[in-house]
Design a protein around this ligand. Structure first.
Ligand SMILES: Cc1ncc(COP(=O)(O)O)c(C=O)c1O
Length: 451
């Protein structure tokens, strides 16, 4: 059973030491960080599950290619390799490089959107939402989690209603694949094909936020019998062939620490995006990336389509999900592709949403175990209907024993759940408030519960 390995399909060549902090130190550190884990220093964290974005390990092949990075401003060899790999992955003719995913979102917002326009999505990721809102664009998230195998889908009926009602104003449909803010859940190709048909029927552009499309393709292969015999790259290609434009943060399935691109077959749009790219990102043969990063991404894109890698990657997420589930910690099921999502409204039902129960859990996880997760709830999205905490698993970075340690930290959370109280905001920035907000616990519960 070559694709059911339950151990890492690689050997570890280089290690990074973990600094073990004490609980007393962490009590002080979280206070200094305004009870916002984005302000913590990584050296003060034992297991860092803040994000899977840009935090993974490189392969020896990637590192080898990085040594060949051509750092020329224009026409570098590394650009040619990057272009060929991105073209093979996306099937698109025009590749516009950017420094990371949000650079792509900014260029698209500048090129295609204006104040009063509407964007509809299965669920926009927060930087996508932020970039669009910054232009005065309205957005509508229409998730449809009713298909257990593909809980990242968009609600087709509601989408058509919106397209019919707002035909003039809807400028873009965005499918985020996998659906990160909706639990890292996959989107089915059936759903995507139906979206493509609606986009054609109503003359609206379809954009795919494709940064986890390799992971999505693994789920498609294993959950949709029509795709059982197809390779991951073939499924990636078919998925992306449905988009008019693709944004890609290479910090996820590019298996690199930075970088990204936009891909499209539309020559006029590509020209416009390249012109804007010169202004905001960099010349169109590097787009804000170093040559060595383009080399690493060229290799990483193809490595991300390996089935042994994807089996292990999604298997790690499932492993932690199952451990927590067995302990009685409420988690989103089935496990997504890159992260475990804790259902905080069920775990801490005594904390009302306006007291940010997700952030309370994030703080408790750090103080009790030195584990860093992130709130996805009222703090991140003021209109959120649910409060979750995301534990994102970096790629090729942690082992089973690290994940067991995370589960052990939850034993204490479970034991002390009644002791945990809410939080309040003391400083709030205008955009994406969760990144830079300052908070305080409502009383001295952090200290009290950690004793
Ligand atoms: C679904 C999705 N889209 C876009 C982005 C933004 O990418 P970046 O962090 O490279 O700007 C992210 C980042 O986590 C993401 O998860």
């Amino acid at each position: 059973m070559p694709f059911n390995l339950d151990f890492e399909p690689y050997r570890i060549k280089v290690v990074e030491w973990i600094n073990i902090t004490t609980r007393d130190e962490r009590l002080r550190l979280i206070e200094d960080a305004h009870y916002n884990v984005f302000y913590l220093k990584s050296k003060d964290i034992i297991i860092d599950l803040l994000t899977d974005s840009g935090t993974g390990a490189l392969s020896d092949v990637q590192v080898g290619h990085m040594a060949m990075g051509d750092e020329s401003y224009a026409g570098a060899r590394s650009w040619d390799r990057f272009y060929e790999s991105a073209r093979r992955y996306t099937t698109k003719e025009h590749i516009i490089p950017v420094h990371q995913g949000r650079g792509a979102e900014r260029l698209i917002a500048e090129a295609l959107l204006k104040e009063g326009d509407v964007v509809v999505s299965n669920t926009l990721f927060d930087t996508t939402m932020g970039n669009f809102q910054y232009k005065g664009v309205h957005f509508m998230n229409l998730p449809d989690p009713s298909d257990y195998n593909f809980r990242g889908n968009i609600d087709l009926q509601k989408l058509e209603e919106v397209l019919r009602r707002e035909a003039e104003r809807v400028k873009l449909i965005v499918m985020t694949i996998t659906n990160n803010s909706g639990g890292g859940q996959p989107v089915s190709l059936k759903n995507l094909k139906a979206v493509r048909e609606l986009a054609d029927k109503y003359g609206v552009l379809l954009m795919i936020d494709a940064c986890r499309v390799s992971e999505n393709s693994f789920f498609v292969k294993h959950r949709d019998p029509d795709y059982r015999d197809r390779s991951i790259l073939e499924i990636v290609n078919e998925t992306l062939s449905m988009a008019d434009l693709i944004t890609f943060s290479a910090k996820k399935d590019g298996l690199n620490n930075i970088g990204g691109f936009i891909a499209t077959d539309d020559e006029q749009l590509a020209l416009k995006l390249k012109t804007l790219g010169v202004l905001f990102e960099g010349f169109p043969t590097y787009g804000g990336m170093a040559g060595r990063d383009m080399e690493a991404i060229a290799v990483g894109l193809m490595e991300s389509t390996r089935e042994d890698y994807l089996a292990h990657r999604t298997g790690q997420v499932r492993f932690l999900n199952d451990l927590l589930d067995d302990m009685g910690i409420p988690v989103l099921k089935p496990a997504g592709g890159h992260a475990v999502y804790i259902l905080v409204d069920q775990l801490l039902p005594h904390i009302p949403p306006e007291e940010f129960p997700g952030q309370s859990l994030v703080v408790a996880l750090y103080v009790f175990g030195g584990v860093r997760g992130v709130e996805i709830g009222k703090l991140m999205f003021p209109d959120a209907q649910h409060n979750m905490v995301r534990l994102a698993i970096p790629r090729r970075t942690y082992t089973e024993s690290h994940l067991r340690y995370v589960a052990e930290t939850f034993e204490e959370i479970k034991e002390k759940a009644d002791c945990i109280r809410g939080m309040r905001i003391t400083y709030e920035p205008e955009y994406l408030r969760h990144f830079l907000a300052h908070l305080k616990p409502l009383d001295d519960w952090v200290k009290r519960c950690s004793g």
